[in-house]
Ligand binder design. Structure first.
Ligand code: NDP
Ligand code: MG
Length: 341
């Protein structure tokens, strides 16, 4: 009965969907794949697969470019046969999106299979995400970030935290269930604010001891339970540099997979012009200082990597454009230049 109902529902929604935009159709299709295990299992047979090995994505270098290859279900089958593994492996994959033509995209971690064999078979290499994010095409970085974030979450939620029993993923990988307790677990991200502090004419950037030499970025911090975004911003600015936030403006957000899934919420704040003396928290930061517009524009021209000067010091540089911190800095420059024009 349930099968007939689902088939009728699918037929009705596909007729309705023809009236919708490509985007709406895609979102409805993906939602159906998450809700209906047998529909998703069937979709896996014609899907495209992105491969990972112990959470490192598979890339191919073509000339100077790094590509993120998609494998067809047939190619996947061929690779698994090489290892004398069954197609049941495909069920370990997680749904990460689909094309406009509704070809579903999955990510699969082949972590227990011999890495070098897959690499030579597919002519590419599994690359650490910290490198991969910055060498692939800009449109592919968010895809790698979300795919790895979801695979990491599944890898670390194999057991129910209440009963200790194994949890089972649904076919799409949008949740895990403990059948002993009935608890459903959903993939999680930690909200983090990233704040561009300005006093009206300068902006404040800081560095943590773990950053590469010379790299400065906007202040960041995890949201505490119960806090609003505005409260976290106010607290982090007070904690890290001892300043009082006067006004707040939301800018953008980004999923950041390092070291594990964060939802970066980027914003601009103004501090009181009469109170701009920094009192840095040296437990968290190594340096924090004000930058003028010219210095920021100069640093933006540099490649995002350490550059040592003759005296042994490093010129300031900022995170690359894949990081939302870069977007905040660019936005601040635009705002300042339009004000002074
Ligand atoms: N995409 C971008 O442009 C940028 C991204 N980021 C990301 O923002 C995140 C937070 O930045 P950061 O300034 O270090 O944060 P915080 O200033 O909040 O300090 C980090 C410390 O907070 C503690 N902490 C509290 N909650 C958590 C949690 N949910 N997960 C992990 N640690 C927690 C840990 O302390 P303890 O170890 O003592 O328990 C950790 O060392 C990082 O993941 C970083 O990669 C940062 C800047 C730019
Ligand atoms: Mg911080």
């Amino acid at each position: 009965m349930a099968v007939i109902y689902q088939a009728v529902y699918r037929r009705a929604s596909s007729l309705l969907c023809r009236l919708h935009s490509t985007y709406v159709r895609k979102m409805r299709y993906l939602n159906e794949l998450k809700e209906d295990d047998s529909f998703c299992r069937q979709a896996q047979t014609s899907g495209a697969f992105y491969l990972f090995h112990n959470l490192s994505p598979f890339l191919q270098k073509v000339g100077r470019k790094y590509l993120v290859p998609q494998l067809s279900a047939t190619e996947m089958k061929r690779i698994l046969e090489k290892f004398k593994e069954t197609e049941q492996w495909i069920e370990k994959s997680v749904l990460i999106g689909c094309s406009d033509e509704h070809i579903p995209h999955f990510a699969l971690d082949l972590g227990t299979l011999e890495k070098s064999v897959i690499e030579s078979e597919l002519k590419g290499s599994f690359t650490d995400l910290r490198k991969a994010l910055f060498v692939v095409d800009e449109k592919d970085s968010p895809l790698l970030a979300s795919a790895q974030g979801l695979l990491r979450w599944h890898d670390s939620h194999q057991y129910c935290s209440k009963t200790g029993q194994p949890t089972q993923k649904n076919v799409a990988g949008s949740k895990r269930v403990c059948h002993a307790s009935g608890i459903t677990y959903y993939p999680q991200m930690s909200p983090v604010v990233i704040t561009m502090v300005s006093d009206g004419s300068r902006c404040l950037l800081a560095r943590q001891p773990s950053f590469p030499p010379g790299m400065y970025t906007a202040l960041s911090g995890f949201c505490d339970i119960g806090e609003t975004v505005e409260e976290t911003v106010r607290r982090e600015v007070a904690e890290e540099v001892g300043l009082e936030v006067e006004s707040f403006r939301y800018s953008a957000s980004q999923h950041w997979p390092l070291p594990s899934s964060c939802l970066m919420i980027a914003c601009h704040v103004l501090v009181r012009a009469q109170q701009t003396e920094i009192s840095m928290n040296s437990l968290e930061l190594e340096a924090a200082r004000w930058f003028g517009l010219e210095e920021i524009m100069e640093a933006l021209k540099r490649d995002p990597r350490p550059s040592k000067q003759e005296d042994g010091s490093f010129l300031p540089w900022f995170p690359p454009k894949q990081a939302v911190a870069h977007h905040l800095i660019q936005e601040w420059v635009k705002q300042q230049t339009s004000r002074t024009a």
